[in-house]
Design a protein around this ligand. Structure first.
Ligand code: SF4
Length: 64
């Protein structure tokens, strides 16, 4: 799994961090998403898919 984020779409809602805190974080100053790992391990895949589904800005996608 490869995770791709589009920072310019992110509206700092934070749902991705709630769904997969080992994969996503938010910048302290403006809340924009920070990708902690581009290739998360399989045990985090479900959380990543949840984040993709929950992101209101459609700023996250998964490749492969
Ligand atoms: S859920 Fe989407 S909009 Fe919210 S912080 Fe994460 S990437 Fe940004």
């Amino acid at each position: 799994m490869k995770v791709v984020i589009e920072e310019d779409k992110c509206c700092a809602a934070g749902q991705c961090v709630a769904a997969a805190p080992d994969v996503f974080d938010q910048r302290d100053d403006d809340g924009i998403v920070v990708l902690l790992t581009v290739h998360p391990p399989d045990d985090l895949a479900e959380g990543v898919r949840d984040a993709v589904a929950m992101c209101p800005a459609v700023a996250i996608r998964v490749e492969q």
